[in-house]
Design a protein around this ligand. Structure first.
Ligand code: ATP
Length: 212
């Protein structure tokens, strides 16, 4: 399924009465990868959380397929199309990798055991299916969270907050290529990272405070 157009329109965000960004305009279409960049505290996570519907904007709007997703008629449609992975992995320490994925995917698109095992193998966790996540390293827990990108395949929009955190070099390269392939297949990916993506020509960059 190809992503529909996303329009960020005159968007502003304030936290604790401090303006993080304002007059933000950006249009994204199927095939786009956007890196939201800026120094610590610039508002990158805040922008992604607004996109995910987890916090309000102080002004402006976001449209998906021409309809507002900020409390408007497009919200439910957007929710069905969006896969948001936050900075924290949302992996529960006491559950196994398989249980975590089964639970994390269940609300949107229940997945069977075989698919979960395949996804775990694809992120380098074959043999860890039944291991409680508290017994995994930070990078392995990140891989469990990222396995969702291989399971929730009906989602044409990815919003990823610091997805490269704790990954080793090889896993970073795999994820970079996965994101590019996803966009080539008609997806839209919006992500933050302090890791440089300058070597990937396909990636657009939005520096907060500037129009992209
Ligand atoms: N829960 C919160 N309540 C109030 N203010 C917050 C909260 N979380 C973050 N902020 C403030 O919002 C501002 C932007 O935070 P945000 O996490 O969006 O920045 P960021 O660009 O993602 O930073 P980083 O690169 O450090 O991850 C910061 O100045 C921060 O102090």
């Amino acid at each position: 399924m190809a992503a529909e157009q996303i329009d960020i329109i005159d968007l502003a965000c304030e936290r604790d009465e401090r303006e993080l960004f304002a007059r933000l305009d950006c249009c994204l279409q199927a095939g786009d990868v956007l890196q939201v960049a800026g120094p610590n505290g610039a508002g990158k996570t805040s922008l992604l959380r607004i996109l995910a519907g987890l916090m309000p904007a102080s002004a402006g709007d976001i449209h998906y397929a021409g309809r507002s997703i900020l409390g408007g008629s497009g919200r439910e449609f957007w929710r069905r199309h969006l896969l948001f992975l936050g900075h924290a992995t949302a992996v529960k320490a006491t559950l196994s990798a398989e249980e975590n994925l089964s639970w994390l995917c269940a609300l949107d698109q229940p997945v069977d055991r075989e698919a979960i095992w395949d996804a775990l193998a694809a992120v380098g966790l074959r043999g860890y299916e039944d291991v409680p996540c508290r017994q995994m390293s930070a990078g392995q827990q990140r891989r469990v969270a990222l396995a969702r990108l291989r399971l929730q395949t009906a989602k044409p929009v990815w919003v990823l907050d610091e997805p490269f955190t704790a990954l080793d070099r090889a896993a970073v390269q795999v994820l970079e290529q996965q994101i590019l392939a996803f966009a080539r297949d008609g997806g839209i990916a919006v992500l933050t990272t302090h890791h440089s993506l300058d070597h990937l020509n396909e990636v657009r960059r939005l520096d907060l405070g500037r129009v992209c």
